[in-house]
Design a protein. Structure first.
Lengths: 217, 239
């Protein structure tokens, strides 16, 4: 049993402009959900609430483990992660970017290096390990963002438009990474895309977001 | 013209032969300014970071005060510290007037607003997504703040170098609180002022050359850090 995620009657506004409006849904553990919807429909806002980056104005975001509701604390935050659309890559080497999540968890030495190497190999960036992250292309930067999330083995992995604004070759690489994660890991994956064909290829469950609510497609 | 050339020749002789007085003055200058800068950084960086990342009451007023402090006239800083440290002043019992410690304090007062204000600007300019990325990767609030400060490190270093530039070139404040005592509180800038007054140009020119070299090195270092901050390229690729 992994983490189960449920949102109930969530509302969120920015400057009086309602984005999430009575949004409710339950995400089962281990499945891959792909969320589509027009710009401004609340997809990214929903992900930020799910990742505990922002509190909703009203409503509940609940993570359950074995039926027990978990407190929204650091311990829970370290079991989930969100790869932001602009990935927020640190101005350092590719290796140190990927190692960051392990370093702050106190993972050191050979274990850390081995896990970083595995993650970089999984996203095809092993050969750029000691490059400055700022020297990577946009596609490689997206892959680095995914490696940085993969290395900490999250139980819930959220990907906000992981293939936006990159070329078809990098899109194909990222899709294959996600498919491999689906097969090899038990994590729940939530992903946003604007490409219906990609949603079909990657998702177990397709969801549509409209006017701040989730609608199963 | 002849006397200027002779002055330069004598100055170079002093530098090349390693004149002990010259070196004593240089080392004291570096000790005073270096210590002042370390203190200003230890105090100024957390202040700049707090202003940039935390909700601080009257933040606008504090930032305005720091910005004003960046242009604080050194003689005014020297005068106020003199009044505090003089025998009849509130801190007169400490006996710090005309000591290197007083010079360090006044230089710290001058460098602090520069380091704090430029650190604040550097950290406030870090893309907010960096903080969010650290949070999504499981950072504690302290780790999150450190990630943001680390991201601004090159710009912060540029601020520290700007602070060093100010204190190394300073003369008015340290002459007031240091007294320019030979072998004790006499540093490069005060020696240049004194020796020029006395018409002894050799030592003044020699120290002027050293001071210019240090200023040039600071400028090169400043440019180096600014460039690193802009491009994020490695030091090895900078040329």
């Amino acid at each position: 049993m992994g983490l189960e995620l449920k949102i109930a009657h969530v509302f969120r506004s920015y400057n009086g402009n309602p984005i999430l409006r009575d949004c409710s849904f339950g995400f089962a553990s281990g499945r891959t959900y792909v969320l589509q919807g027009p710009n401004g429909s609340g997809k990214s806002t929903l992900f930020r609430a799910l990742a505990l980056l922002e509190k909703p104005d009203r409503g509940r975001v609940e993570y359950r483990d074995g039926g027990r509701i978990l407190a929204a604390d650091l311990e829970l935050r370290r079991r989930i992660t969100l790869v932001l659309p602009s990935t927020g890559i640190f101005n350092t080497t590719v290796f140190k970017n990927v190692a960051y999540g392990l370093k702050i968890r106190g993972v050191t030495g050979a274990d850390r290096e081995a896990r970083v190497n595995d993650a970089l190999a999984a996203v095809g960036l092993a050969h750029k390990k000691w490059h400055r992250a700022s020297e990577l292309s946009s596609g490689e930067t997206k892959r680095l963002g995914i490696a940085r999330a993969m290395v900490i083995n999250p139980e819930v992995l959220m990907l906000d438009e992981p293939t936006a604004n990159i070329d078809p070759a990098n899109t194909a690489i990222i899709e294959s990474i996600i498919l491999k994660m689906r097969q090899e890991r038990s994590a729940t994956i939530l992903m946003i895309t604007h490409d219906p064909a990609q949603a079909e290829r990657l998702g177990d469950d397709l969801l549509f977001m409209q006017e701040g609510k989730i609608i199963p497609a | 013209m002849q006397s200027i050339l002779e002055g330069f020749a004598a100055a170079f002789r002093l530098i090349v032969t390693g004149n002990p007085e010259l070196w004593r003055i240089i080392l004291l200058s570096l000790e005073v300014s270096g210590t002042a800068l370390i203190l200003a950084t230890v105090l100024g960086l957390p202040v700049g970071a707090c202003l940039a990342m935390r909700r601080v009451p009257v933040k606008g007023l504090v930032i305005s005060l720091l910005n004003t402090g960046m242009g604080l006239p050194p003689v005014a800083a020297g005068l106020f510290l003199y009044l505090f440290l003089s025998r009849s002043g509130p801190l007169g019992f400490m006996g710090l007037l005309y000591t290197p410690t007083a010079m360090i304090i006044v230089q710290c007062i001058l460098a602090f607003p520069i380091v704090a204000s430029l650190s604040h600007a550097a950290i406030a300019n870090v893309d907010p997504v960096i903080r969010q990325a650290a949070v999504t990767l499981g950072a504690t609030p302290i780790q999150e703040s450190l990630a943001v400060v680390k991201e601004a490190r090159y710009s912060i270093m540029a601020g520290v170098m700007a602070g060093l530039g100010r204190v190394m070139a300073e003369v008015g404040a340290i002459i007031i609180v240091g007294g320019n005592i030979a072998g004790y509180t006499r540093v490069m800038t005060t020696t240049i002022a004194l020796e020029t007054d006395k018409g002894n140009f050799e030592l003044a020119i020699a120290l002027g050359i050293i001071l210019l070299t240090i200023s040039f090195s600071i400028t090169v270092a400043l440019r180096f850090f600014q460039r690193l901050g802009r491009t994020g390229t490695s030091a090895a690729s900078w040329a």
